[in-house]
Design a binder for this molecule. Structure first.
Ligand SMILES: Cc1cc2nc3c(=O)[nH]c(=O)nc-3n(C[C@H](O)[C@H](O)[C@H](O)COP(=O)(O)OP(=O)(O)OC[C@H]3O[C@@H](n4cnc5c(N)ncnc54)[C@H](O)[C@@H]3O)c2cc1C
Length: 399
């Protein structure tokens, strides 16, 4: 199960053991969880509470703010284990990412107000940057935050916002200076963007569910912001330089998505191996004995271990406080390999199951969408390769 070449601390191993013990205990509930997640598009609250009882939401929060300070690698290990049991939790990833933004960009008062509640699992947070006409190129977003005395007024439209209906706050990225103005003044594209913690019950904020298959029990929403009043003390980071804080939070997000991919691959390979050992098609030989069945699974196992090492390396670099660009390189590589591998692993597990791969009973076909999604969101793999090409190889930027 574990990458043996990687030196984990006793504390990190304790996290793995605690999560594994919990998941063993919850095994009899797995069918009910899958039904809730995949049929009803509802991630069970009790799983959130179990995660919270393990202190996972406080992993990135220092003890001074009520967290456990376990670090990103510990959270990565925990997320991987949940995904290895088919129970990835994307809102936990988004909440962790938002906590990171508060930790890096928040004032002392904001840290004291929000971080202990996040660490206790009492605050759930979504993240909203994407708009219908600003996805990969989010700098061109149109949502505007206008300063009005001691408040900001936010207006615009966001799309694809995961878990907005289950979140207490959404960290909204908005333009504090319109894009065209920034360009006309010769400023950096990323300048003139602010981060705002918006209460999901705020007046003027409405949401509409999108017709998507969701991600492991969390649905996607259009958010409509119609002059939503946000107190000044809910702005995280500099008024015009919120992008700096956001970039600090993107690496943990990518690393935790990579962990989900590594865990999902483990889930797929375990299901495939189990089925192949039992299924007999020609004579008394199980299909597991055929190399046409074995080799694709063995190849994916190699890729999974490589993705795992990259993921742990990125998380450890983050925990050691290495430069954002250095962490970013490994975080992007990890996200790329983990997502490509997870998608292929689910596909191969389905192939190994023959027709049964399409039966809901085997819980593979419904994981196809979440596995596929990781190649597109939170950032598409073409942009990930662009980043690696530019930063690791010094190749020119074409866009
Ligand atoms: C299920 C789901 C959940 C999501 N959850 C959230 C969320 O919680 N919060 C949030 O803010 N957003 C969320 N998103 C949005 C997601 O981050 C965007 O969909 C993604 O960043 C791509 O943006 P886009 O859809 O506008 O694609 P576009 O920007 O239109 O790009 C389309 C395609 O063009 C290609 N492409 C674009 N630019 C380049 C380039 N420079 N080089 C090479 N190829 C390129 C890529 O293949 C890309 O997939 C979610 C999306 C999905 C599908």
């Amino acid at each position: 199960m574990l990458a043996i070449g990687f030196m984990l601390t006793d504390e990190q191993r304790t996290v793995i053991d605690a999560v594994e013990e919990l998941l063993r205990k919850l095994k009899p509930r797995q069918e009910a969880y899958f039904k809730s997640i995949y049929d009803d598009q509802h991630y069970p609250d009790e799983l959130w509470e179990h995660m919270s009882a393990l202190g996972l939401f406080g992993a990135l929060v220092p003890e001074a703010y009520g967290g456990s300070g376990l670090g990103l690698l510990a959270m990565t290990l925990a997320m991987e284990r949940f995904a290895a049991h088919g129970l990835g939790n994307v809102l936990a990833v988004l909440t962790t990412m938002d906590a990171m933004a508060i930790l890096r960009g928040g004032t002392e008062a904001q840290k004291r107000r929000f971080l202990p509640a996040i660490a206790e699992g009492k605050l759930r947070m979504a993240f909203a940057i994407t708009e219908p006409d600003a996805g990969t190129n989010s700098f061109r977003m149109r949502t505007l935050a206008r300063k009005d005395g001691s408040v900001y007024r936010l207006s615009g439209r966001k799309a694809w916002i995961t878990g907005a209906d289950r979140a207490d706050y959404v960290l909204v990225v908005a333009r504090t200076i319109p894009y065209e103005e920034v360009i006309a003044q010769g400023l950096r594209e990323r300048y003139g963007m602010g981060l705002f913690l918006v209460d999901t019950k705020a007046e003027g904020l409405s949401m509409q569910a999108m017709e998507t298959v969701g991600i492991e029990g969390f649905r996607q929403f259009f958010l409509y912001l119609d002059d939503v009043e946000v107190p000044e003390d809910h702005r995280i980071g500099d008024e015009h330089d919120g992008a700096e804080v956001m970039f600090d939070a993107l690496n943990p997000e990518r690393i935790l998505f990579a962990a989900k991919g590594v865990g999902m691959t483990e889930y797929a390979l375990a299901r495939a191996a189990e089925y192949a050992k039992a299924r007999r098609v020609f004579g008394d030989t199980p299909i597991a004995a055929y190399q046409g069945v074995q080799h694709p699974l063995a190849r994916l196992k190699v890729l999974q271990e490589a993705a795992r090492m990259l993921t742990y390396q990125a998380a450890e670099a983050f925990d050691r406080g290495r430069a954002r660009s250095e962490v970013g390189l490994f975080a992007n590589m990890a996200k790329y390999l983990a997502s490509e591998t997870a998608f292929e692993a689910i596909d191969r597990a389905i192939q190994t199951h023959g027709g049964n791969g399409f039966s809901k009973e085997y819980h593979l076909i419904r994981m196809m969408a979440p596995a596929r999604l990781m190649k597109t969101a939170p950032i598409n793999n073409e942009m990930v390769l662009n980043y690696i090409a530019e930063r690791a190889l010094g190749l020119p930027r074409s866009y």
